[in-house]
Ligand binder design. Structure first.
Ligand SMILES: [Zn+2]
Length: 352
């Protein structure tokens, strides 16, 4: 495009921008019910946000995760109350500490908040001291960069609609942080696992650290066949172990095996982000992949073999073809090789 026309187009876009950007109340809410007692609610047509799970149990409503904005969570809470026809919120469970999963916690002030013991430190870093003002700065900068980017994008395009939603959502989060924000920390913490009897169903909470944060947990509700996996790797990519995390990965694998091999049928795995899919098959294949590597590499290490032998022995093509068409290469390298290195390091250093 000729540069003068381009500049003219930018001015027009800048001029119409404030009209097009949605108000918070315009952001669309969506819901689905994978089973009679499980409701999932999320915000946005074009952007992805944390989708909140609500489970109707005999002993009260159990909510899994909140979002980046408590105003957004207030709207989601109203949908839950309306759809379930009750408001007896008993537990709020956070899958990990990230602010896009915990910033709306105070909306559920009557409920008991539950999380992994490392959730406290993570939330504290996010919200205490300079944490809150850092979050405000970060999201205000993001709003600015989206606004700038929109001046170069066709107004009818998906990218434009995506940007408009993100701006509205982030502005709402910033306003929420700036006034009346009180971080709501969990009062029930666990290290490895926790089982809660809800009368007609059981909540099995398992630590699942090592892949996303050291505070990750997975929630298994056997009677509903539901597994809420938080921010685990979605369908489209190979799961990745993060070398810098300190969680005992053997414990994560033990928990994973317990769920996969349980006598209960897994009908639905729920990933916390609305646009990211995570199927039951992926959940099982991810386990098979990491479990096979962990045990295979332990044996090779015991036999005095080297990491190069391990890299030669286990390939995605021959051993884990399920992941053949998934994302394996990223800007920071090959995920499969990284996993072998991460496991080898843990085994060699006698870490679990
Ligand atoms: Zn996260």
């Amino acid at each position: 495009m000729h540069s003068i026309i381009k500049i003219a187009a930018s001015i027009v876009l800048i001029a119409v921008l404030p009209i097009i950007v949605q108000a918070e109340s315009d952001l669309p809410l969506h819901q689905k019910k994978p089973s009679e007692k499980v409701l999932i609610v999320w915000t946005g047509d074009h952007m992805q946000t944390v989708s909140v799970v609500a489970i109707a149990t005999k002993k009260g409503i159990v909510v899994i995760d909140t979002s980046l904005s408590r105003s957004n969570d207030a709207r989601i809470k109203r949908v839950i109350e309306k759809e379930l026809g009750r408001s007896d919120f008993k537990y709020l469970i956070n899958t990990h500490y990230h602010s896009d999963h915990t910033s709306g916690n105070q909306i559920y002030s009557d409920a008991t908040i539950i999380g992994h013991k490392n959730l406290l430190e993570g939330m504290n870093q996010a919200f205490a001291g300079n944490g809150l003002s850092n979050l405000v700065d970060k999201y205000e900068a993001r709003v600015k960069s989206f606004e700038e980017a929109l001046t170069h994008v066709e107004p009818q395009s998906d990218q434009y609609k995506y940007g408009c939603e993100r701006i509205a959502y982030l502005k709402m989060a910033v306003e929420d942080y700036k006034s009346g924000f009180i971080p709501a920390y969990p009062s029930v913490l666990f290290e490895k696992n926790l089982t809660i009897d809800m009368g007609d169903m059981t909540l099995q909470l398992y630590s699942f650290g090592g892949m996303h944060t050291d505070s990750d947990i997975v929630i298994f509700v056997p009677e509903e066949g539901l597994v809420a996996v938080g921010d685990m790797a979605p369908d489209r990519m190979l799961p990745s172990i993060r070398k810098e995390l300190t969680s005992e990965f053997s414990v994560t694998l033990e928990h994973w095996g317990r769920i996969v091999e349980s006598k209960w049928d897994i009908k639905h795995t729920h990933m916390a982000h609305s646009e990211m899919h995570h199927s039951v098959e992926t959940f099982k294949e991810q386990y098979r992949y990491l479990h096979t590597l962990w045990h295979g590499l332990s044996e090779m290490h015991q036999q005095g073999l080297k990491i190069v032998d391990a890299k030669k022995k286990y390939t995605i093509e021959d051993d884990f073809p399920y992941f053949n068409d998934k994302m394996i290469e990223t800007s920071s390298g090959n995920i499969h090789e990284n996993n072998i290195e991460a496991i080898w390091e843990r085994i060699a250093n006698n870490k679990k």
